[in-house]
Design a protein. Structure first.
Length: 378
């Protein structure tokens, strides 16, 4: 084999290896030319811009960003300096991507070729969400203790109050029995609330198995379309090759039934264009450090519920998963707190991106691990 053939083969191996490294990065990376045209990109860039590589490679960077984006000025700065430029907490949102897209930008010339510039975006909201996840876990733990306390301190005296009202009812005239009936009804309502709280104090180990998330979504959709979401159109964006999730099927149904019900209530009963999108995807590279553990856990399974309702009020968006936080007149504020607890108990995380017309609840979960220790692959 001559030297040219060996060099060509070596170059091919290096190119393939470089591509593997590039696609292993969890951050969007793009290479553009002097005209601002996208020359190359990694898989994370496709996910970030929600466009395929074929579309992005026909685009200019200016077409992907809002008008007069500071990213364009940063690119000009790189060309002028001929060196790496970093800028932090830059807003690059637009109606298609969602308005709250805040990123740290790292841009620099490709080697000594100032005609080409490499841009890496690190979404700040991902880091911020991971920080808030610790708060959500703390909220779930606090409501667990609260549930146990309520069950012990409230349910016993409530049964006594109800029993006393029933005894009084025997000797009362018909017009006065309405008052004892009111006492019984209100007591029953409080007991139901406490029963829901008791779900948080169940410390028994979760019975988990390999669960097909698409069968869970199908069940949830059937329940929703038969009742509270019969007026809403459902869209399914699934990865059919997704491996099973390591979870309790009934509890997953409870999680996504809560999320879909919230989405339907956000859209409203009288909406004529209501839409809920159910999504599943494989996102390698997402890991979270477990409580008290020195190792991190991979959470490559992403399940989303997205609605086109008006969004979430800013004053409660940061506390959605806290107990008793709600903007519904008849709501208890326990639904999302229970979602947070169940997902936490499964070793996963849940977050919300509260954008108007595209509010997304995102659940990240571990895959099913086989008995021989091998992790299922998509």
């Amino acid at each position: 084999m001559d030297d040219n053939m060996m060099a060509e083969r070596g170059s091919g191996r290096a190119g393939a290896f470089s591509e593997l490294i590039l696609n292993a990065l969890p951050y969007p990376v793009l290479c553009i030319n002097r005209a601002g045209e996208v020359l190359d990109l990694n898989n994370a860039a496709e996910q970030f811009f929600e466009l395929g590589a074929s579309h992005l490679l026909r685009s200019k960077i200016a077409d992907l960003l809002p008008p007069r984006s500071p990213v364009l000025a940063l690119i000009d700065d790189v060309r002028r300096r001929g060196s790496v430029v970093n800028e932090y907490r830059v807003e690059i949102g637009n109606p298609r991507l969602g308005n709250e897209r805040i990123v740290d930008i790292h841009a620099g010339p490709l080697s000594d070729d100032d005609e080409k510039i490499v841009i890496m975006l690190q979404e700040r909201t991902i880091a911020d969400k991971m920080d808030r996840q610790m708060t959500h876990r703390g909220a779930a733990r606090s409501i667990t203790a609260l549930g146990a306390m309520l069950a012990h301190e409230i349910k016993n005296p409530l049964s006594g109050i109800r029993g006393a009202a029933q005894l009084l009812e025997v000797d009362l005239e018909d017009q006065d029995r309405a008052l004892t009936r009111l006492i019984c009804d209100e007591t029953d309502r409080i007991v139901k609330l406490v029963d829901r709280m008791e779900a948080f104090s169940d410390g028994r180990p979760i019975e988990r198995e390999a669960v097909n998330i698409h069968m869970v979504f199908d069940h949830v959709k059937q329940v929703a379309q038969a009742g509270f979401a019969r007026h809403i159109r459902f869209v399914e964006t699934f990865d059919p090759s997704l491996p099973p999730v390591f979870a309790n099927r009934d509890q997953l149904i409870q999680v996504f039934l809560n999320l879909v019900k919230n989405a339907a209530e956000a859209i409203g009963e009288h909406a004529i264009d209501g839409e809920i999108e159910l999504m599943s995807a494989y996102r390698p590279g997402v890991r979270i450090r477990g409580q008290g553990a020195g190792t991190s856990v991979a959470l490559p399974l992403e399940f989303c519920v997205r609605d086109n309702g008006p969004g979430i009020a800013p004053e409660i968006s940061e506390h959605l998963f806290d107990p008793f936080v709600t903007n519904k007149a008849s709501g208890t504020g326990l639904g999302l707190a229970l979602v947070a607890k169940i997902v936490r108990d499964h070793g996963g995380i849940v977050e919300c991106d509260p954008q108007p017309r595209r509010t997304t609840f995102r659940v990240l979960m571990p895959v099913y691990v086989q008995q021989d220790g091998r992790q299922s692959e998509p």
